[in-house]
Design a protein around this ligand. Structure first.
Ligand code: ADP
Ligand code: MG
Length: 467
């Protein structure tokens, strides 16, 4: 029995406390992020709170009617598929938070909500989009990130802005700790030199504010606000590549601040010279200061990160499971954290110990995909070759048997060999619904059990794809 099945068949659980609920929500958000993308997750789903979950239905709260309606009209199908993929048959609803009912805790959330909708004001200049878990203390240092860490620390600690480290340019692949380090700089300055004004913005937010200021004819105000800070941090600057007017504004701000001896910290997913779509003069200027890259993680670093997260969670995870995660989830730290959260949430929900067996079950898609990533395109190609049919036929919705069966096999293999969601698999095959994919998977499973030749075909195909 696999992990999903055991969750489906479990008795509804009615006594989850707030902490359990938030780990459930964390797991769901991780999955939304993976399946629908980080932007959608951040803009819409991360604004929701979990109100109740009992194993068969999930109740969420949205801060505004707008957010609720938008999610319901645009993402409700994908969201339910994501939930069912993990929890089995489930219902969900989103209620809108009543203002009167909001206690202090939610007011903070509301404030963030308002500030992300309205103009940035001085008051929330700092609190804006910083994550309090992202501090230097919580950052585990190892060979791949020690230089970037040292660079970030020196910029945070230095009271004088040194031309040789201005700007500080941090770069590295996704999920390796850039945002964490930038937040850490901000928190450090906030607590040690509160008089220094720090502004942290994602490049996307920078563009959003800029465009809004243009629209509202507030541009002077916007410029003034930007130019009044002591430390300006722009995260994921690659986002404004090819966005000409935003780039222009960014460049002016950048120059003004540097000329006035203010600190700038930039992050990107690649080095300054690789920022295609960014003007040459900006590229070169970005590389003038201190450029530090974060390399892919090593086994030792992954182990260290896991141990540190586990310590913060105060939960018992067997050593062998920790080593297993560190050796198997190698893509980046975000995935690693996601895997650990998933294992911990499962144990919490099922009220059971974490074991090697359940871990392997729970993470089988993730692990298979990181062992060797097979793409849906490869699967389609190999299945078409194997059955001597055209790729375009497999991807069509032709219903003749000699095409429909291989299509079902391809769907089955996509489900088992890739981490892609049922919704996406359906989309790949002529925009079919995820229930069609489920049907295909079940049909193939049944045939594998009853037809030796068929089973052999599947075995050979899987082997071809995984070798
Ligand atoms: P990036 O901005 O480079 O895509 P993030 O800073 O968002 O990556 O990191 C992804 C996740 O991994 C975050 O939750 C972060 O706290 C965690 N993380 C990354 N590197 C480390 C590290 N060295 N120590 C502890 N946590 C880390
Ligand atoms: Mg980031």
């Amino acid at each position: 029995m696999n992990a999903e099945a055991s969750l489906i068949e479990a008795e509804p659980i009615f006594d989850l406390n707030m902490e359990d609920l938030s780990s459930v929500w964390l797991v769901i958000l991780e999955k939304v992020k993976r399946e629908l993308g980080e932007d959608i997750c951040k803009t819409w789903f991360s604004k929701l709170r979990i109100a109740d979950f009992n194993g068969v239905s999930l109740t969420l709260l949205a801060p505004t009617r707008f957010i609720r309606n938008y999610i319901m009209t645009s993402y409700s199908d994908s969201f339910i598929a994501i939930l069912e993929d993990f929890f089995g048959k489930i219902k969900f609803s989103i209620a809108v938070e009543e203002r009167q009912e909001q206690d202090l805790k939610h007011q903070t959330q509301e404030k963030q909500q308002l500030s992300s909708e309205g103009q940035i004001t001085e008051e929330d200049i700092f609190a804006l989009s910083l994550d309090e878990r992202y501090t230097f203390e919580n950052f585990v240092v190892g060979k791949p990130n020690e230089f970037a860490y040292a660079a970030a620390r020196s910029v945070a600690e230095s009271l004088k802005v040194l031309p040789e480290s201005n700007p500080l340019f941090l770069y590295g692949g996704v999920g390796l700790g850039k945002t964490h380090l930038m937040n850490a700089i901000a928190w450090y300055i906030k607590s040690n030199n509160p008089e220094r004004k720090v502004l942290y913005l994602s490049a996307e937010k920078f563009m959003y504010e800029f465009v809004k200021a243009l629209k509202n004819k507030d541009i002077l105000c916007f410029k003034e606000m930007l130019r009044s800070v002591d430390v300006l941090m722009i995260d994921d600057v690659q986002f404004i590549c090819n966005k000409d007017s935003t780039q222009e504004e960014f460049f002016h701000t950048f120059n003004t601040l540097i000329d006035n001896n203010r600190q700038i910290v930039i992050s990107a997913d690649r080095s300054p010279s690789d920022l295609d779509g960014m003007e040459e003069r900006i590229k070169s200027r970005l590389g003038w200061g201190l450029v530090a890259d974060i390399h892919s993680t090593t086994y030792e670093l992954r182990l260290g990160i896991l141990l540190s997260k586990i310590e913060q969670m105060s939960i018992n995870v067997p050593k062998i499971v920790v080593e297993f995660l560190a050796s198997k989830i190698t893509s980046n730290v975000r995935e690693l954290e996601g895997a650990l959260n998933k294992v911990v949430a499962h144990a919490t929900l099922m009220k059971c110990e974490i074991t090697m067996e359940t871990t392997q079950e729970i993470l089988r898609d993730l692990i298979r995909s990181s062992d060797r990533a097979v793409s849906m395109d490869e699967i389609v190609k190999k299945v078409a070759e194997y059955y001597k049919i055209k790729i375009s036929d497999i991807l069509s919705d032709k219903k003749t048997r000699n095409i429909a069966r291989p299509r079902q096999i391809a769907m089955y293999l996509c489900k088992h060999l890739t981490p892609v969601s049922l919704v996406r698999i359906g989309q790949k095959f002529a925009g079919k619904d995820h229930t069609t994919v489920i049907h295909a998977v079940k049909t193939v499973e049944k045939l594998v059990g009853s037809d030796i030749d068929f089973a052999e075909d599947i075995r050979i195909l899987s082997k071809i794809l995984q070798s």
